[in-house]
Design a binder for this molecule. Structure first.
Ligand SMILES: Cc1ncc(COP(=O)(O)O)c(C=O)c1O
Length: 398
């Protein structure tokens, strides 16, 4: 449960009044003309601590979900020392913001230049592959380095319980993974196997099933020592109207799988993104025009609301209304709510979100809408399309 409550706009229970009034004060102080991302480092700290104390291996932050330097810095301060980078830009960013961090370069398709720079300029020693070509690239570009850790990424059977199933795009089959483990063992100092069950996996059993596939692959690799196991990201964030088990259940299921499939001797990693950062972000948008039940906002799917569009019907985002007139900051307690849809600012008619987003009936031009759970894949996905890229980012202490 977060301040927005378990249901859309059910956030204004008495205990959340102070959150709302601090938020309203901030919006009135800023009166943002452009989209404003608000980061709550306290929430990052809380989530980092839940992972660090509950997960029995090393927790690595998936930078792609929110690469803002304040996020990386806050997570490092909160005790996260490992970072999963997907591109050379993310490698450079982490090295700059957290110089002593451990960086794993976890994209299975890397350019030769990226591999070379990561190894020689940023001390990256951990890489992932899902093809033999990628292994050859790494060996060549690191000039036959003798200190590499290579993870082989495994594709899992289709995960119906994730919002995006990555195995359609990345990962080797069990047979292919066994072959890659054999080949990689010849050239690396440490060998690992990894999977990603798919983002926003609401059922912890997907991790158990993933571990079963790992066992199957290892059984095909007798005589080969495998040192590390990375169970990926995919841990869910608490979007409204989604019933998800607590994180501790995911950790318990992973531990059970590790015992049952006898994987205890492997160094364990996970690489969460969304579950660490989604709750820590709020996005303040402004209503530029209202046409009946359609609210035309200054942000949309090419900006910070890409996920609200991508996952229409599957995930909903909590919203809050802040009236432009501070003397009437409506609260859901004293207002009747109606369903609205959102239109983003660009000329593309794909730039619409059907919601429904429940907001006060009197909402109109100049009012602000605060969208919750926008700490993951929101500012990370912004574009400048149509000249609407301008935005601000603010870290707060409430
Ligand atoms: C390799 C890898 N690790 C970790 C993540 C983070 O996943 P999530 O945000 O679902 O935790 C992703 C997401 O794309 C990924 O591709």
């Amino acid at each position: 449960m977060n301040e927005f409550g378990s249901l859309n706009n059910d956030f204004l229970s008495t205990e959340n009044r102070s959150f709302f009034s601090q938020l309203a004060d901030l919006v009135y102080a800023q009166r943002p003309v452009h989209p404003l991302h608000i980061l709550r480092p306290e929430i990052l700290k809380k989530n980092a601590s839940a992972f660090l104390s509950g997960f029995s291996g090393t927790v690595m932050y998936a930078v792609k979900s929110n690469p803002h330097p304040d996020v990386i810095h806050s997570l490092y301060e909160a005790g996260i020392r490992y970072f999963d980078a997907a591109s050379i830009e993310e490698v450079r960013l982490v090295r700059r913001v957290a110089p002593s961090a451990h960086i794993h370069f976890m994209h299975t398709v890397k350019s030769r230049e990226a591999i070379r720079e990561a190894y020689f300029d940023h001390q990256v020693r951990v890489f992932v592959i899902d093809t033999i070509d990628e292994l050859h690239k790494i060996v060549h570009e690191t000039e036959l380095a003798n200190d590499l850790t290579i993870f082989v990424r495994l594709a899992l059977p289709k995960n119906q319980e994730a919002n995006v199933d990555f195995s359609a795009k990345f990962g080797a089959t069990p047979k292919g993974a066994a072959f890659l483990l054999h080949e990689a063992r010849l050239v690396c100092s440490k060998l690992g196997i990894m999977f990603h069950p798919g983002t926003q996996s609401s059922n912890p059993d997907v991790f158990f099933k993933g571990l079963g596939v790992v066992r199957d692959v290892l059984n095909r690799c007798s005589g080969i020592t495998v040192d590390c196991l990375d169970v990926g990201g995919g841990f869910p964030a608490p979007y409204p109207q989604r019933i998800i088990p607590p994180l501790s259940t995911f950790f318990d299921v992973i531990e059970r799988g590790i015992r049952e499939f006898e994987l205890q001797n492997l160094e364990l990693y996970c690489e969460p993104g969304r579950a660490l950062v989604a709750e820590a972000g709020l996005l303040v948008c402004r209503v530029e025009q209202r046409k009946d039940k359609a609210l035309y906002l200054n942000d949309g799917i090419y900006g910070g609301l890409v996920e609200a569009a991508k996952w229409q019907g599957a995930l909903s985002f909590p919203v809050l209304h802040i009236a432009q007139d501070p003397s009437s900051p409506h609260t859901p307690e004293d207002t009747e709510l109606s369903p609205f849809r959102f239109c983003g600012p660009t000329c593309d008619s794909l730039d619409m979100m059907k919601g429904p987003f429940y907001l006060p009936q009197q909402i109109g031009e100049g009012d602000w809408i605060v969208v919750g759970l926008t700490g993951a894949y929101s500012n990370a996905c912004r574009t400048d399309f149509n000249g609407f890229g301008q935005h601000r980012f603010l870290s707060v202490d409430f």
